[in-house]
Design a protein around this ligand. Sequence first.
Ligand code: HEM
Length: 486
Amino acid sequence: MSVTPPGPIGDPLFGNGRQYADDPFGFMRACADSYGDVIRFDLGPRETYLLANPADVERVLVADAERYRKPQFGDGAMDRLLGQGLLMSEGDTWRRQRDLANPAFHNSRIAALSGTMVEHTRDHIADWTPGETVDVQLELARLTVRIIVSAMFGADISDEEVKTVQEELEPLGARFEPDPRRFLIPNWVPTRENREFDAAVDTLESVIDGIVERRLGTERDPAADPAGPEGVAVPGPAGDSDGDLPMDLLSVLLRARDRGEQTDENLRDELVTMLLAGHDTTALTLTYTFYLLSNHPDARERVETEAEAATGGGRAADDAAAGGGRAADDAAAGGTPPTAADAREMTYTDRVLNEAMRLYPPVYTLFREPKLDVKLGGYRIPEGSALMLPQWVIHRSPRWYDDPETFDPGRWSPERRSERPRFAYFPFGGGPRHCIGKSFSLLEAKLILAEVCSTYELDYEGPDLSLRGSLTMHPDHPVPMRIRER
Ligand code: HEM
């Protein structure tokens, strides 16, 4: 057996960085198609190994998780943006932050947030006019920012602040697009891109500081928890055991700061992390879902049927309105607000969301770095190299999915699912570092679908979808959709 895994030849300075930067998605798949389960190449100076087999992904994320850390990519940008927040911290710091954050993501608390999620969705789509065309990605990003700030920070965010966050995402995203020259230009060099990035981080932090300021003094007030009494009943972290305290993330972190367990910097890092990780991914999942539904009317109709059942809206609401009484009042307000229990009944919608995240995983590859030499797929992988665990490649592999390019929600039936290895699908990662916001985002996505699809159909009017890789996988153009009343 060869000691070095096969892989494409790169050029002396950039390795395969240029090919990766030109088309990360095509490059990763071509590698897996040509070279097998473990592929070696260089991204700039970084020795990189791509793992295309779910069994190896499972070993890295779950079985041998303690042998790996998240890599630092040399230029300091990730550190500048997310610092020691939950996504990037390691070791004891990560454990402490995760234990602190967990109660805010407790299942009963998430379920109690459905009212907040629906209320924001209704407010947002009340501004839509049938016949108009909107950029759905932008619309959903604005809505999900409002929801995360309200649900996790217990605060409202003004239209102006939402706009600011959106505008700053552009230079932030640009900074994380693959660029083969980046390792030659560290973060402190005042290039235009670096200056814009720095200014964007400053602006984002000032929005966060404003939110914290508005919440100061309410971190012990149960009325401040948007999840209501059910949310505050969740057991808190150690030191938070004195009963009815609000369990939204910001209250939990502020109390930890009062106890001397958090610095102002920890607090800010955590809030920037949650604001970014907690809205963009869900907005993208929904954008791709609406795009796919627009191209698959049969699936759309089935989602609409579930949406109507969940909300009592759409045609069901018309019938109720005709009948008069309380049902008619609910119908006028957009139907009975759907709850987490209603969302659980939306089983076909679950399959549609799974299929959307299979084809278009918002997080399209994970990165890890071995802390010591390891063996994977029969090869020795050296300490300090970069490992890529690409959802993009594995989710579209014909080894695990028949006809992998086809949208087929039916492949998520329990029988068909059980035929595949566990890590043939991992949009939320896995093991100890799995996504803390998974239940939150799935509930949010279903409630937004329930609200929109019980009333409207969105028809895609843009070009063939083309994709751009940054921290997450974005459409490379606006996503115009015409709003039509059903
Ligand atoms: C569809 C929506 C989402 C997707 C696809 C997604 C995906 C992921 C993935 C793949 C990871 C693992 C990263 C790694 O192992 O390197 C992750 C981690 C994380 N996600 Fe999500 N996420 C979503 C929604 C959310 C939401 C709504 C929040 C917050 C409310 C959130 C917060 C986080 C945080 C803090 C981590 C780091 C967890 C840790 O390392 O302990 N995510 N997410």
